[in-house]
Design a protein around this ligand. Structure first.
Ligand SMILES: *Cc1c(COP(=O)(O)O)cnc(C)c1O
Length: 454
């Protein structure tokens, strides 16, 4: 039964965990707010679904028209422990009443140190580590490059096809896709090089051959074109996020690590989207037993508050002169309090295992589509990071329209899906890890019906 109280009197944890479509989506109140938005906000911001949110909890978004939507986005892999998770709320409320800001470069606070200690403990490898905190993922990547350049005395940065690393000048340069991220925003940062990313489905090769071919091209780029002694860092996402949830073939990440290690190049693993339990491991690179020199985290780290980090080998992190890193808001006290609540929730509620279970449940619904729906080219992902790639039936030609059609059908039915991919033809699923089985099943039912209707 729908709860008789209005949504606004409910704590996030009390929101009924059930999809409920009461109006058209977007409803009249959302439409009204959206019209105001268009008069007030730069049109440079896009929008996936013009629905205004009233509150969120568990796997549900309650909109201003009273609809209950199932959240398969988590605000792009941010609210992995749930929006307004109780431990995050409690710790942030306690912190906001004590102090909101000191600037960690001016006077210190313990929450910052605790988050660094926790990341040093949780990230792969048992070597001596240090962490630096920032506010956004792009900032973490920028700083990882600064650290790698100072530590090596080299300048070149190697990234991959389909990569996404952010929207600042350096990180958009490192990002592969032109529109919308780079279009018209040049000139770009110098000394950024791109190697092909093995994409088994599109390359059509068997995964092993695909990994070997990609490795050969990477090695040629680093050793012959740039020169190892000019290469500061190789930066890679263990599963590409915006690029289309591309899972590199087994062995590829290890070969990249071996190349980096052999030539004194800093291996930066960008776990901004994949990290903190999302893929069914605390960090996705654990699947490949890769130990990064530097690892970047953000998104899920702050539980919705802006927090990002670079964690890595002490000798690299400490190569930077005092004052060389920082930022007014870097490691803000509220964001650090939130992160401690995130760690607590992941560990106590065993969300790593939950991500595995969510992934299996999603695949149980989606795998049968392969071979039954000709537009479904591939279903892929790890843990609670799963995707469908759509193609023109009978070919591998990317079909962005099919992804858009399925997404629109899901939105109408109250299921918030996101698309991604260099060709815009991938629907990705990133539910909060606190989403119950019933919601996953309901959302997958809607998605499967939409796919079968293509
Ligand atoms: C989102 C993302 C970034 C950028 O993070 P922001 O907080 O948006 O700056 C970088 N790398 C990856 C893999 C991401 O998914």
């Amino acid at each position: 039964m729908p709860d008789s109280r209005s949504a606004s009197t409910l704590a996030p944890t009390e929101i009924v965990q059930r999809r409920e479509v009461r109006t058209a989506i977007p409803g009249p109140v959302s439409q009204d707010h959206h019209a105001r938005r268009q008069r007030a906000v730069s049109s440079g911001f896009g929008i996936v679904l013009p629905v205004f949110v009233e509150r969120m909890g568990g796997g549900i978004i309650v909109d201003v028209d009273g609809n209950h939507l199932i959240d398969l986005a988590s605000g792009i892999a941010v609210t992995s422990v749930g929006a307004s998770a109780p431990d995050v709320v409690r710790r942030v409320q306690e912190q906001v009443a004590r102090f909101t800001h000191t600037c960690f470069m001016v006077t210190e606070y313990d929450g910052f140190v605790q988050v660094c200690e926790k990341l040093n403990e949780l990230t792969p490898g048992d070597h001596d580590k240090r962490t630096a905190l920032f506010s956004t993922g792009a900032e973490a990547i920028e700083n990882a490059i600064k650290i790698a350049r100072v530590a090596t005395g080299r300048t070149a940065v190697v990234t991959f096809g389909h990569a996404y690393h952010g929207r600042t000048l350096l990180t958009m340069t490192m990002t592969a896709k032109n529109a919308p991220y780079k279009d018209g925003f040049g000139p770009f940062a110098p000394e950024v090089y791109r190697a092909p990313l093995p994409y088994p489905y599109r390359w059509g090769a068997d995964p092993q051959a695909c990994a070997e071919q990609a490795y050969a091209e990477l090695e040629d780029l680093v050793l012959k074109q740039i020169g190892a002694r000019h290469t500061a860092a190789i930066v890679i996402e263990p599963i590409q996020g915006e690029g289309g949830f591309i899972v590199p073939p087994p062995g590829f990440l290890r070969s990249v690590q071996d190349l980096a290690n052999a030539h004194g190049i800093v291996l930066v693993v960008d776990e901004i989207q994949t990290g903190l339990a999302r893929t069914g491991r605390m960090f996705a690179c654990e699947y490949d037993e890769v130990v990064p020199d530097l690892i970047t985290t953000a998104k899920a780290l702050g539980g919705g508050l802006p927090l990002a980090a670079v964690t890595g080998r002490a000798e690299l992190m400490d190569a930077v002169h005092a004052g060389g890193l920082g930022g007014t808001y870097a490691g803000n006290p509220l964001a650090c309090a939130a992160a401690l609540g995130v760690f607590e929730t992941i560990e106590r509620d065993n969300l790593v295992a939950r991500a595995v279970a969510i992934g299996e449940r999603i695949r149980g619904h989606l795998d049968p589509l392969l071979g039954q729906v000709a537009a479904v080219g591939e279903v892929r992902g790890r843990g609670a990071m799963q995707a469908i790639e759509f193609v023109v039936p009978g070919s591998k030609e990317p079909d962005a329209q099919a992804a858009a059609t399925v997404s629109a059908a899901c939105h109408r039915e109250g299921v918030l899906t996101l698309t991604c991919g260099t060709y815009g033809n991938v629907i990705r699923m990133l539910p909060p890890l606190v989403t119950g089985d019933e919601l996953i099943d309901d959302a997958m039912g809607v998605l499967v019906t939409a796919c079968r209707g293509l």
